[in-house]
Design a protein around this ligand. Structure first.
Ligand code: ZN
Length: 447
């Protein structure tokens, strides 16, 4: 049984959700993906994408190692079977089986006896929290290493150890998952989330889970926009995708990069580089009307993949939506970003806010009031009592073909979804008409 509510009677995008069962379903995806050892390439990434495919239906693409993408080259593919640090009696002290964070991502293969001093040059800890394993990788510099707790490090007192990393670093490919859900027009909304972190829940499984169920939800309804979803390794993934799909980016009108959506913190939104794009205003509206603590920040070329989508040659209208941002919660990039860090209710709350944002994009249209001289007599039409709640006089006054519904929401302070309901009431009594459709390239194909 689909955890999401059924689409509205008209089959269009609806904000009505069963948040409780949705939260559990999102959390179940996080649990399912938690054990996999993901990286920017390799079987752990592919297994993750296959799991996303089972939920959301995505095509898995492969970009061969060595492919040039702007200033970058797709790296070799990394895979790992096992890794450990053992004492000379053969007792395993650190074992990759216990946590895939124990190995520095992209570690080159090694199997040898090393002196303690040499080993310690390849061992990393999180000094602030003696029980946490840090997350590290070395994608573009060939080396090997282990990440351990401070306590495990303190116990490494023998003169020599046997180290083994049974990994391969060889020509292969970079995988990513993509799906395009066609809408009434070919104009697109792009939802992108990174899919390359190993056992880390808030950064990164929360974004994967939310994006996967969003894709599944959007697949069941008719939309105005076409929706493209990317489940893709950080940095090199979007760079490779943008490089191969440069002409298609002209169809992207709005987008969101999703990450860190499952923790207890309030929502944080990083604006697009354009700062006041429709997506920026839509998110600001949803968060502003949520009655909950949130923060809206300017664009930053640090953090997640908005760095690529908002690079000046593309400058797409894409912001980054998170709860507590990367690097701003203590468990970030450590073993403590685990199944306790994310909760079903916060995953569901993030999902609901994104869906509300997409509803604004879908319904943000221009209308023309049938009565331009004096206000129409609402009492005669049985609507006077609803005027306040649904902003009917705001709608009638500002529906001059120049102001969008979001403009009117911002001017009036009335919530967008109330205004959208008000539009339907006024249309039902022939007081409001949609202005000339603002979207070109109408796609006649049916979903
Ligand atoms: Zn990260």
């Amino acid at each position: 049984m689909n955890a999401l509510s059924h689409p509205s009677a008209s089959g269009t995008l609806s904000e009505q959700l069963d948040l409780k069962s949705l939260g559990h379903e999102l959390y179940a995806i996080v649990q399912d993906l938690y054990p996999l050892c993901r990286s920017i390439t390799g079987e752990g990434l592919r297994d993750t994408l296959r799991a996303v495919d089972r939920v959301a239906g995505v095509e898995i693409h492969e970009v061969p190692s060595g492919t040039r993408a702007f200033d970058w080259t797709v790296p070799k593919e990394w895979n790992i079977k096992a890794a450990y640090i053992a004492d000379v009696q053969g007792r395993k002290i650190i074992d990759f089986k216990n946590s895939n964070l124990h190995v520095v991502g992209y570690s080159t293969p090694i199997r040898k006896r090393v002196a303690r001093a040499e080993l310690l040059q390849h061992v990393y800890t999180h000094p602030g929290n003696p029980d946490w394993i840090p997350y590290r990788n070395s994608y573009y510099k060939e080396t090997w290493g282990f990440c351990v707790t401070q306590k495990q490090l303190a116990a490494l007192t023998d003169a020599e150890y046997d180290v083994c990393i049974d990994s391969t670093l060889a020509d292969g490919s970079l995988s990513y998952g993509e799906t395009l859900l066609p809408g009434a027009t070919q104009r697109e909304v792009l939802i992108s989330t990174h899919a390359c972190h190993p056992s880390l829940c808030n950064d990164n499984l929360s974004g994967i889970a939310v994006a996967a169920l969003l894709a599944r939800q959007l697949r069941t309804v008719r939309t105005r926009y076409s929706y493209r979803f990317l489940f893709i390794p950080c940095t090199i993934g979007p760079i490779a995708w943008l490089s191969a799909n440069q002409p298609a980016t002209s169809r992207i009108d709005h987008g969101l990069v999703l990450a860190c959506l499952g923790d207890a913190g309030g929502m944080t939104y990083l604006r697009s580089r354009r700062a006041t794009a429709e997506i920026d205003r839509a998110v600001q509206h949803v968060l502003g009307h949520s009655g909950q603590a949130h923060e809206i920040r300017p664009f930053s070329p640090y953090g997640y993949d908005q760095r690529q989508y908002c690079s000046p040659g593309f400058n797409l209208a894409m912001g980054c939506l998170m709860r507590t941002p990367n690097g701003e919660y203590p468990e970030y990039h450590t073993s403590a970003d685990n199944l306790d860090k994310v909760r079903p209710e916060f995953l569901a709350d993030s999902f609901a806010k994104i869906l509300a944002t997409l509803c604004i994009l879908e319904d943000n249209r221009h209308y023309v009031s049938a009565v331009q001289h004096g206000e129409p007599h609402l009492g005669r039409r049985g609507l006077y009592d609803k005027a306040q709640e649904f902003g009917l006089f705001w709608l009638l006054n500002y529906s001059d073909g120049q102001h969008s519904l979001l403009d009117i929401a911002e001017i009036s302070g009335v919530a967008f979804n109330k205004l959208a309901a008000g539009v339907r009431m006024l249309q039902a009594v022939d007081l409001l008409d949609e202005a000339t459709p603002s979207l070109a390239h109408v796609n006649t194909s049916e979903r």
